[in-house]
Design a protein around this ligand. Sequence first.
Ligand SMILES: *[C@@H]1O[C@H](CO)[C@@H](O)[C@H](O)[C@H]1NC(C)=O
Ligand SMILES: *[C@@H]1O[C@H](CO)[C@@H](O)[C@H](O)[C@H]1NC(C)=O
Ligand SMILES: *[C@@H]1O[C@H](CO)[C@@H](O)[C@H](O)[C@H]1NC(C)=O
Ligand SMILES: *[C@@H]1O[C@H](CO)[C@@H](O)[C@H](O)[C@H]1NC(C)=O
Ligand SMILES: *[C@@H]1O[C@H](CO)[C@@H](O)[C@H](O)[C@H]1NC(C)=O
Ligand SMILES: *[C@@H]1O[C@H](CO)[C@@H](O)[C@H](O)[C@H]1NC(C)=O
Ligand SMILES: *[C@@H]1O[C@H](CO)[C@@H](O)[C@H](O)[C@H]1NC(C)=O
Ligand SMILES: *[C@@H]1O[C@H](CO)[C@@H](O)[C@H](O)[C@H]1NC(C)=O
Ligand SMILES: *[C@@H]1O[C@H](CO)[C@@H](O)[C@H](O)[C@H]1NC(C)=O
Ligand SMILES: *[C@@H]1O[C@H](CO)[C@@H](O)[C@H](O)[C@H]1NC(C)=O
Length: 877
Amino acid sequence: MTMITLTGGRSFKLLLLHAFLLVMLSAHLSPALGFISGVGVGDANNIRCIEGERQALLEFKKGLVDDHGRLSSWQSSDENKNCCNWEGVRCSNLTGHVLELHLSNDGRENKPFGGMISSSLLELPYLTYLDLSFNDFNQSYMPKFIGSLSNLKHLNLAAANLSGLIPHHLQNLSHLQLLYLGGNYWSNIENLEWLSHLSSIEEFDLSDTNLSVANDWLEVVSSLPNLKNLWMESCDLPPMSLSSFSPFNDSKSFASLKSLDLSENQLVHVPKSLGNICTIRELNLGSNHLNGQLVELITNLSGCAKDSLEILYLSENQITGSLTNFAIFPSLKEIYLSVNKLNGTLPKSIGNLYKLEVLRVDSNFLEGVISESIFSNLSKLQILDLSNNSLSFEFSFDWVPPFQLNKIHLTPCNLGPRFPNWILTQRNVSFLKISDTKISDTIPAEWLADLPPTLKLLNLSNNHIYGRLPNVSPKRLNELAIDLSANSLEGPLPHFPTNLTILNLSKNQFSGSISSLCKINGQLLAYLDLSHNRLSGRLPNCFMQWPELVILNLAGNHFFGEVPSSLGLLYVLNTLSLNNNNFSGNLPSSLRNCSSLIVMDMRNNRFSRNVPAWIGERLPSLVFLSLHSNMFNGSIPLHLCWLKDLQILDLSLNDISGTIPQCLNNFTAMAQKRNYFFENFIPLSYDNFIVQEYFDSVMVELKRNEYEYHGTNLGLLKIINLSSNKLIGKLPSEIFSLLDLISLNVSRNNLIGEIPQMIGNIPSGTQIRGFNASYFIGNGALCGPPLTQKCPGEETPNRSEVTTNDNEENGDELGKWFYVGTGFGFAMGFWGVCSSLVLKRSWRLAYFLLLDNMKDWLYVTITVNIARLQRKIQRQG
Ligand SMILES: *[C@@H]1O[C@H](CO)[C@@H](O)[C@H](O)[C@H]1NC(C)=O
Ligand SMILES: *[C@@H]1O[C@H](CO)[C@@H](O)[C@H](O)[C@H]1NC(C)=O
Ligand SMILES: *[C@@H]1O[C@H](CO)[C@@H](O)[C@H](O)[C@H]1NC(C)=O
Ligand SMILES: *[C@@H]1O[C@H](CO)[C@@H](O)[C@H](O)[C@H]1NC(C)=O
Ligand SMILES: *[C@@H]1O[C@H](CO)[C@@H](O)[C@H](O)[C@H]1NC(C)=O
Ligand SMILES: *[C@@H]1O[C@H](CO)[C@@H](O)[C@H](O)[C@H]1NC(C)=O
Ligand SMILES: *[C@@H]1O[C@H](CO)[C@@H](O)[C@H](O)[C@H]1NC(C)=O
Ligand SMILES: *[C@@H]1O[C@H](CO)[C@@H](O)[C@H](O)[C@H]1NC(C)=O
Ligand SMILES: *[C@@H]1O[C@H](CO)[C@@H](O)[C@H](O)[C@H]1NC(C)=O
Ligand SMILES: *[C@@H]1O[C@H](CO)[C@@H](O)[C@H](O)[C@H]1NC(C)=O
């Protein structure tokens, strides 16, 4: 899998990711998938299991809590007697001794073991390989006896929810080549002296551990190789003080270290001594707090490490300065500097790194003009990510690059105005994202008709691409995500390949019917956004073909007629946005089956009849419900009160009569400071791709204005708008127990009586300040503050200033409440999601991996598989 090359040194996570993707990608989950294939077990049936070891394994199983039955093959019955055939067990094909235990929870459907690690493992004297990573040992301690498994070469306890001290007994493991301890809750990281005795160690992972308390150990540990040899033989360093190294006179350790992962550790500097690990190939210092100048940091690595270093992962730090000359690293193949604070331009010297395969310097402050000459020696380049900088490309039109890239991300570099011809030469590309690159041209039809077979994502959004869209590789069978949104494409929809995962054509000028889309075989289609075009006609009744659809946005077109009943077959749909069209009739009752709906936006249509009670009964996850500006009549069904997650309820501008139900205080989401949006919403990607589109479609209408908040924190909006209906009776005081409500608008109804005074009792500084007089006006008989109209017998209101100026209605008081920025919203979003949907830890990790390392490279996969996952959960439920 090519993904591997993306992630730099995070080897243990890599495995996870790799397996995760494999599992997720294959529709049928094979139980063997979790294990590394290719481990020779010979003809396992002929290997005899050793009885004592069999007993030891059964004893080991007893210690574990195996809630998911992963070890069901570990039995004492006759037919299962041969422990060499048990799940995760590998024996020597000569002696029958147990050599390896592959019991990671990686990439599986989340099935961690709990319990304890039994010392019966000591009775497996030939054990060389022990992998218990990503299980959940409930923050118990790592048993000391592991240090006595003296033949171990491979010990992986990453992210196993272990805590306490790392037993120094590990120092006895003199054959250990691989040690992964990252992602646990260790408490003694100040003293890692034992590490110095691990003379054979090649791969070491202590990521995600908070080494900030141990800033100096890095200095110490990395100076472990035989010091004299180190600088007299291998390294050409000026003499330096020996004093800091004196505790480690046993000098053989780290002499063979190839891969070191110290990512996510709050480290602030890269000590010079790290550059003295002469064997290092992969160094991962990503997601720390490194904050020096890049040139200084590189200098600190310029010991003998400079000759061996192939992969340097420094993403997500605060590194400043300009991109320096990496030529001091003659072996460098992969550079990751994403999300730092580099400025200046892309230096010509990069072009001398002819071994370079990965160049990721996205999300920095680079600027300037790049000419093609910089790439003329980079024939091995596979991944080029310069996105989120301010770079301009000035390439001659017929330039043929020396490389065949696999992933291209250049948003928002300036590539235009002509369609960059060199892109057409890239026939191995899988991810092509050149949105917002100032292309003002048509898309070459021959290319579009025959896209590279490897392509999974084509994103040309936010350009000025115009003309009719030619047919898009109608014959291809590989999955493909297409985002051509926010361009100037026009005319009828062309033919698309059948195996689409995402189709986003929003914000163009496409016209005509969408019936041709029915040809898309929607087993994979998760996202369909055709909003803000000039599409018209009745909707075809073919939605049953897209059972995996999560987001359907048809807003802002000229569709009319009834909504087809097949929409009701979209069981995993989260968002249904049909707003701003001319749909009529009633909401089809089949929609009651769309029980995963979170957003239902029907604003500005001509729907009529009653507000259906099934909305409350059958759509329990709704967070956003807008029926604004339709012709609904009847009364507000009490069942709406069942929507405890609802944050936005907009029934304004209809013909709804009757009283306001008292049970509205049942909207617990409006009473609590929680963000149900994010908790319910599935993150289809990190790169604002879907989240933003999604919010985009979730516009909130308050009063006459339509508010469109790009990327703002809609998640905190809590609004009830019942204005411009025919509601009668009193305003129930229960509404004011909805303490997190930002805005309540009941203007232009026939309400009577006193406005419950609880409004005024709430201390200033809370959300409720958003209530002002305009939300209550237009109800002839409504009185009391904040209205100036006094109730009979009422004193002069002495409360805060009240305005009845109608213009206030258009004010953006909503805006005032968006004090939390997008970044925070995102963070919340993902934590929210990760704690609810993805709940289980290995999934969380898998997600974070994707987010950390992959950014949006993989969103297609996630999208599709989330839909599947949901489905699975549903079936199981
Ligand atoms: C044992 O396994 C090794 C490695 O897979 C293989 O090379 C060897 O031929 C096997 N020996 C027997 C006797 O099966
Ligand atoms: C986890 O540990 C706590 C306290 O150490 C204990 O009460 C609890 O039962 C343990 N849970 C499991 C599942 O082992
Ligand atoms: C780790 O164990 C603790 C203690 O039992 C538990 O509360 C926590 O949920 C576990 N954490 C993870 C990420 O599994
Ligand atoms: C293992 O290490 C511990 C302390 O680190 C030591 O006391 C013990 O003797 C060692 N055991 C063996 C078998 O070497
Ligand atoms: C890391 O450890 C330091 C020192 O104990 C502590 O102050 C800091 O809050 C920790 N950081 C995190 C993110 O846990
Ligand atoms: C290590 O070597 C230094 C200098 O050679 C010496 O001063 C020190 O005592 C030694 N330390 C140990 C723990 O042997
Ligand atoms: C370079 O190394 C020195 C000495 O180890 C250290 O003080 C400094 O902070 C390092 N510089 C950077 C940018 O990490
Ligand atoms: C990079 O930023 C630093 C600090 O803001 C500034 O001093 C320097 O001039 C900038 N360099 C370039 C090439 O823009
Ligand atoms: C693509 O579609 C074809 C025909 O509809 C189908 O047989 C094939 O399995 C699909 N491919 C994938 C990757 O789903
Ligand atoms: C409040 O909501 C719950 C379901 O969330 C429902 O069972 C209950 O009947 C509702 N209460 C009222 C008064 O509608």
